[in-house]
Design a protein around this ligand. Structure first.
Ligand code: HEC
Ligand code: HEC
Ligand code: HEC
Length: 373
């Protein structure tokens, strides 16, 4: 099945393809001098936060040297995970940069470093600190516009969702992309701009996740029930929020027949949705509406004819969503009852094979009630 490739950000694109092939990667040490991002103060400590506290600096590469990685690699007949691009594309992305793209201070061992997210620095390193330069000037010079949630989601999702089926079968953990929660878990070396909404980040991230799953599914040679269940769960979730803003395109129900046409249509509309939602002003009212709409879905878990695996996947996505939306709804907090019923919902999706839909539906009703208090 061949459909347009341009929507899907691959890890390789992140290595500089989109920002212009001529920009070289200069390495994190080019950012780390004490007058720049290697200082101790709040506005200059990015290098310290990343190198000391962010898992991206040390862990991704180290993971490839563990016994678990050796097991996964053995199942795939990979000799050396630290040198095979089926692993390094995410765990040691700088390995992928061809020698012509490497500056002098470049070190492959840096893991997921500044330029993996902000883009290769050659074009903007000198100019980006000029006092007369604003964010737009830096982006024009080739720095990736991570303040834009659509661009940010595309950057993170490239490594945080799509794992090939063969790797999953070999024992790689399944990845679930959720931009808001994962942004909160990454030790912040920045301050979000005014008007930042976690709910908006959540929404944009989920729309991008639908797009990526549609893309992955379209490339599967055989029916893959697990992947279909994950995909349709996410479509189900976002479709509950159709109409949240009049400007957003509606996703509609997951198509009954899965073919390249319907997946292409979903890929396009979810991409458009992500773009629009990133650009739109997001209000507290929208977060609250989304929370209330999703909390009111208990009836869907009592529907006959939806398979157990599908229900479990819906519940898994739903609980993550309720968590992020509840945190984001400032007007509702604190609400101890909602927190308690959310904990119960989390415990009910701990083990998907043992998922009990009617128990979940009842707990979801409790949660919905607690929102009205
Ligand atoms: C080039 C690939 C790459 C990019 C881009 C990337 N990450 Fe990661 N990230 C990883 C890898 C690999 C790990 C796993 C580290 C390990 O356990 O070996 C990770 C781990 C994490 C973790 C800790 C584990 C978890 O899932 O809770 C968080 C949080 C995280 N990333 C957030 C983000 C966010 C937010 C972005 C975008 C701003 C991002 N990452 C971009 C590769 C990447
Ligand atoms: C699409 C990007 C991607 C690719 C390709 C990838 N990984 Fe990962 N891997 C991740 C991320 C992200 C995590 C972190 C998951 C989390 O913590 O939620 C991870 C987690 C892991 C873990 C579990 C780490 C832990 O301690 O929990 C192992 C082991 C691992 N990867 C090994 C490999 C090996 C070996 C390969 C190659 C065969 C590989 N990965 C390919 C992104 C990737
Ligand atoms: C995993 C992805 C990731 C990595 C790695 C990363 N950053 Fe960031 N960085 C972000 C995100 C997301 C933002 C928030 C968006 C923004 O403010 O531009 C950000 C913001 C910043 C900002 C604030 C920009 C502003 O205008 O307020 C600076 C400065 C910065 N990063 C420097 C660095 C440096 C230096 C490194 C390496 C030592 C680094 N970053 C590594 C994702 C990353």
């Amino acid at each position: 099945m061949v459909i347009a490739v341009s929507f899907s950000t691959t890890a390789v694109q992140l290595q500089g393809g989109e920002a212009g092939l001529t920009n070289r990667f200069l390495g994190a040490t080019s950012c780390s001098s004490s007058g720049c991002h290697g200082g101790g103060g709040q506005d200059q400590n990015q290098f310290l936060v990343w190198s000391l506290r962010d898992v991206h600096s040390q862990r991704p590469f180290a993971t490839l040297t563990t016994a678990r990685s050796r097991q996964i690699a053995a199942a795939l007949r990979i000799k050396e995970p630290t040198a095979d691009n089926r692993c390094t594309s995410c765990h040691a992305p700088l390995t992928e940069v061809p020698s012509a793209g490497r500056g002098e201070a470049f070190r492959v061992s840096e893991g997921v470093a500044c330029e993996s997210c902000h883009g290769p620095a050659e074009g903007w390193l000198r100019s980006h600190a000029r006092p007369d330069y604003g964010h737009a000037d830096r982006v024009f010079a080739g720095m990736r516009d991570l303040k834009n949630l659509y661009v940010r989601a595309n950057s993170c999702v490239a490594c945080h969702q799509t794992v090939e089926t063969s790797l999953l079968k070999a024992g790689h953990p399944e990845l679930v992309f959720e931009l808001d929660g994962q942004s909160v878990s990454q030790p912040k070396h920045w301050r979000e701009t005014a008007g930042w909404s976690g709910a908006q980040a959540w929404f944009v991230g989920q729309a991008v996740a639908v797009r990526e799953l549609s893309w992955q599914l379209s490339g599967e040679p055989e029916p893959n029930e697990k992947l279909v269940a994950r995909w349709s769960a996410l479509v189900w979730l976002l479709q509950k929020l159709d109409g949240l803003d009049r400007e957003f395109p509606a996703l509609g129900k997951p198509p009954a027949e899965l073919g390249s046409q319907s997946l292409l249509a979903m890929l396009k509309s979810s991409d458009e949705l992500a773009k629009r939602a990133a650009a739109a002003p997001w209000t507290d009212k929208m977060s609250r509406q989304a929370l209330v709409a999703l909390a009111a879905t208990s009836g869907d878990f009592l529907q006959a004819g939806v398979g157990g695996q599908f229900q479990a996947r819906r519940a898994e996505r739903l609980v993550l969503a309720l968590d992020r939306l509840l945190v984001s709804c400032r007007s509702l907090q604190p609400n101890n009852d909602a927190d308690a019923s959310l904990n119960r919902l989390f415990s009910l999706v701990q083990s998907l094979p043992e998922f009990n839909a009617s128990e979940f539906a009842e707990a979801l009703n409790q949660f919905a009630k607690s929102l009205n208090q």
